[in-house]
Design a protein around this ligand. Structure first.
Ligand SMILES: [Zn+2]
Ligand SMILES: [Zn+2]
Length: 240
C-alpha cells in the first residue's frame, strides 16, 4: 500500500519541533509524497502556534516545493467535555484539524472521562480526527470512538510516532485497526514528525496495516486524490 499523504507534521511554530514548513515539504517531495498537513500545536502546549495558523499558512501557497501543504492544526483537548484550545475563528481557517490529549495539558481521568473527552472533541464540527488515540496514558473505550467516527463520517488516526515513543500504544493501535475494519471506518496515517527527517516515516504503521490486512480504500491518506476527496466532503459537511 502506498501512503503518499502525511496528515500530522509539526514545524518550529510548535515550539518543540525543529524544521520549517518548507523543510518538511522538501523532505516530503524527496520521498515521493504528494501532500502533508502542517498541524502545529494549539497554545495550551507551551510555544503553541495559534497565530501562525492564521497569519502564515493562510497566506502561503497551497503547493510548496511540489507538495500540497494543508493548513491544519493539532488542538489540545482541555477538559472531559472535549473543548479545545483553538477558538472557532482560527478553526475556520483550517483545512484539517486534529484534537489530542497531551499529558502536559490534562491529567488522565477515568476511562469514561477520557472517552467523553475524545467523543466531545470529535463532535466539534472542525475536528476530523483524534490524535494518537492509542496512547495508553489515556484509557479509552476504543469501540465507542470508532462508532462515533463512523456516525460523523470522521477518521481514526494511526500514528507512527506512537509505536515508537508512546510505549504501550501498539496493541491499542492494532485494536483500533481491527475495529475500523470491522465497522468500515476510515483512517488516516501520520508520522507526527517533529523534524523534517521523519516526515512520511510510516515503517511501523505499514507493518500494522499489512498484519491487519487493512482495506486500502479505508485509508484516506493513501494519496492526494483520496485525501482531497475527504477534504471536499469536510467542506460540504461544514457548510451544513
Ligand atoms: Zn500530539
Ligand atoms: Zn503531534
Amino acid at each position: 500500500m502506498e501512503l503518499l499523504v502525511d496528515t500530522h507534521t509539526h514545524t518550529v511554530a510548535s515550539g518543540h519541533a525543529y524544521s520549517t514548513v518548507r523543510e518538511n515539504a522538501i523532505l516530503a517531495y524527496e520521498r515521493g509524497m504528494e501532500a502533508i498537513c502542517c498541524a502545529d500545536h494549539g497554545p495550551a502546549l507551551k510555544g503553541g502556534a495559534v497565530d501562525f495558523i492564521l497569519t502564515v499558512l493562510t497566506a502561503a501557497p497551497d503547493v510548496m516545493e511540489g507538495v500540497r501543504v494543508f493548513n491544519a492544526t493539532e488542538a489540545n483537548i482541555l477538559d472531559f467535555e472535549g473543548n479545545t484550545d483553538i477558538p472557532e475563528r482560527f478553526m475556520r481557517c483550517t483545512e484539517f484539524a486534529i484534537a489530542s490529549l497531551h499529558d502536559i495539558v490534562i491529567d488522565p481521568g477515568t476511562k469514561e472521562q477520557n472517552t467523553n473527552a475524545m467523543l466531545g472533541a470529535i463532535n466539534n464540527p472542525y475536528v476530523d480526527v483524534i490524535g494518537h488515540p492509542g496512547n495508553p496514558y489515556y484509557d479509552v473505550d476504543r469501540e465507542a470512538l470508532v462508532r462515533e467516527a463512523k456516525k460523523l463520517d470522521k477518521l481514526i488516526e494511526l500514528n507512527n510516532h506512537s509505536f515508537i515513543y508512546r510505549k504501550g500504544s501498539e496493541p491499542n493501535c492494532k485494536d483500533f485497526l481491527a475495529l475500523c475494519k470491522k465497522h468500515d471506518v476510515r483512517i488516516t496515517v501520520s508520522s507526527d514528525a517533529h523534524i523534517c527527517y521523519r516526515v512520511g516515516n510510516f515503517d511501523m504503521v505499514k507493518e500494522a496495516l499489512e498484519e491487519a490486512d487493512f482495506p486500502e480504500e479505508l485509508v484516506v491518506s493513501r494519496n492526494l486524490k483520496a485525501f482531497s476527496s475527504y477534504i471536499e466532503e469536510r467542506k460540504n459537511r461544514l457548510k451544513g
